[in-house]
Design a protein around this ligand. Structure first.
Ligand SMILES: *[C@@H]1O[C@H](CO)[C@@H](O)[C@H](O)[C@H]1NC(C)=O
Ligand SMILES: *[C@@H]1O[C@H](CO)[C@@H](O)[C@H](O)[C@H]1NC(C)=O
Ligand SMILES: *[C@@H]1O[C@H](CO)[C@@H](O)[C@H](O)[C@H]1NC(C)=O
Length: 506
């Protein structure tokens, strides 16, 4: 080990070496460049380094850490500067035996904003023969999709291997929803692992909004003793995911043991296993053998363990789900889910599988409940949904095909790409404005159609600025109400009298 500031000649102990107390990414990057292989670059305790670009490891065996290896808030912080185009704080991919230890990484999404096209806070892995260690690192508020990405090598015959992630404190990562401006998801993973024979142990992930620990195949990897807790504010999709089809869908030798999963506001899925569990369907079943034992799942989790789309070996034993909140309707809503999923939600099942969706050897603990039919997309549950939503004049403006503008218990209202405004109950249309564009026209892309409850109190649709349909309530409309029962949509005046509803159309 060589220390870049002392040359390692006279001062033998790291503790007495100089540390970086100020500067930016260039300060750290020049230390790596001049130090070369095995350079140890240390930040001073409590240092705050603002960056406008990536901190980049440059050679095998390099280390970035806080001097003295504290584990508390005195760990040095690297932070994305507001106004900069930076999102990734540290990249150490394609190198061997690098170490990132005892520092804090602040992606600063709350001040610098979500960055469309950005990347994970930390990127390691890649073309590496291994020995990478990330420990006692805090990573939070990424401007993009993940707090920590162990990236695959992209080479089937030379996969990423042996990355160790231990005792890190991760999160919050992302927030729920979609950025209306870019259409990009605002969610982010805690740890995204795409690397074989790796270890994810003793990490605490709090407030991931996409997957807490997402295992992309990664044959031979171990996920053990981690705590994954959902946000107290936002929906989290899944705590531990085995749902993606990297490595040709192989999870051979993956073990997920003794993890503690806690749904605070809401996790849709505790441990998701298989090709047909997430919002997409992989082209074929994912394969084991995989072992999922000794995990504890508690709190507000809609589907604690769900399995569909697996082959070649699965063991799910000794997991504890007795602490999952019941009934599920007290914290979540599954009215937008398929009938098969609503059935297991309504019966408060915690261990769920689709028997025809598993082939090969299987050892499932007692208490597994079969879904009545091929239940796919367990991400369908949501925070409890209201029975109505009210908009004030000027509060609602949507373009066509932008998703439902009202999502209610069992009902959605949406504005289609043909200018038709429709209300669906349990997936079936119950009312439509009927004013599609003439000659089977559609709104085009980008859409020329707009639906709004204008500041004048009129609820109207427009194509290229020309009004197509309206409730004729300009001047008198003071609120727009969307309901999950007939008459579905109402416009009210200032005294609360209904001056238009769907029975007055056509
Ligand atoms: C994996 O990496 C760890 C940490 O650097 C090292 O101790 C271990 O020997 C490596 N294992 C293999 C099989 O290379
Ligand atoms: C379940 O449905 C998914 C999506 O359509 C499909 O890919 C999968 O093969 C189905 N599973 C079975 C066992 O039919
Ligand atoms: C609004 O007024 C126009 C013109 O009087 C009429 O053609 C249309 O049907 C009315 N729309 C509704 C929703 O009542």
């Amino acid at each position: 080990m060589k220390n870049v500031f002392t040359g390692g000649l006279l001062l033998p102990a790291l503790a007495s070496a100089a540390c970086i107390s100020s500067g930016d990414q260039n300060t750290i990057n020049s230390a790596f460049q001049s130090g070369g292989q095995n350079a140890v670059v240390q930040l001073c305790p409590n240092a705050l380094i603002q960056i406008t670009d990536i901190v980049k490891f440059t050679a095998d065996g390099q280390e970035l850490s806080t001097q003295g290896y504290p584990t508390d808030s005195s760990r040095a912080t690297i932070q994305v500067a507001v106004g900069s185009g930076a999102s990734t704080l540290i990249s150490a991919r394609d190198l061997n035996n690098i170490r990132i230890k005892n520092i804090q990484l602040e992606g600063n999404r709350q001040n610098a904003g979500f960055l469309s096209g950005g990347d994970a806070n930390i990127i390691v892995g890649g073309v590496t023969s291994g020995g990478q260690v990330i420990s006692n690192v805090a990573s939070r508020n990424p401007r993009s999709w993940s707090c920590l990405h162990v990236i695959g090598s992209g080479q089937d015959n030379n996969p990423c291997r042996n990355v160790t992630l231990t005792n890190n404190d991760i999160g919050p990562c992302g927030q729920s929803g979609t950025d209306p401006a870019s259409g990009d998801g605002l969610w982010a993973d805690g740890i995204s692992l795409d690397c074989t024979a790796s270890l994810v142990q003793g990490n605490t992930i709090t407030g991931s909004t996409d997957g807490g620990i997402v295992v992309f195949g990664s044959p031979g990897s171990t996920v053990t003793g981690n705590t994954v807790k959902s946000s107290s504010q936002y929906l989290g999709f899944g705590a531990i995911n085995l749902v993606d089809d990297e490595y040709d869908g192989s999870y051979a030798g993956v073990t997920v043991t003794n993890n503690n999963i806690i749904g605070d506001k809401l996790f849709n899925i505790g441990i998701g296993v298989g090709a047909n569990v997430w919002s997409f369907n992989d082209p074929s079943a994912l394969s084991g053998p995989v072992t999922i034992t000794g995990n504890t799942i508690s709190g507000q989790v809609s589907f604690p363990i769900a399995v569909n789309g697996w082959t070649n070996g699965i063991t799910v034993t000794g997991n504890t789900v007795s602490g999952v909140t019941s009934p599920k309707s007290s914290f979540a809503d599954a009215s937008q889910c398929s009938q098969a999923i609503q059935s297991v939600f309504n019966s408060n099942a915690n261990l769920i599988y689709y028997p025809a969706g598993i082939s090969g050897s299987q050892n499932l603990q007692s208490g597994f409940v079969a879904t009545p039919g091929n239940a796919t997309n367990f991400l369908c549950s949501s925070l409890p949904l209201p029975n109505s939503v009210t908009f004030q004049p000027g509060q609602l403006t949507v373009v066509s095909d932008s998703g439902p503008f009202a999502t209610l218990h069992n009902v959605i209202a949406q504005y289609q790409g043909d200018n038709n405004l429709v209300v669906l109950q349990a997936g079936s249309p119950v009312w439509a404005s009927g004013h599609t564009l003439p000659n089977g026209g559609n709104c085009g892309s980008p859409s020329g159609c707009q639906l709004k409850f204008g500041s004048d109190g009129n609820f109207a649709s427009f194509f290229n600025g020309v009004q197509q349909w309206s409730t004729n309530t300009s001047g008198s409309g003071k609120s727009l109400v969307v309901l999950n029962q007939a008459p579905w949509i109402q416009v009210k005046d200032g005294s609360g009298n209904v001056i238009w509803d769907t029975t007055k159309n056509q």
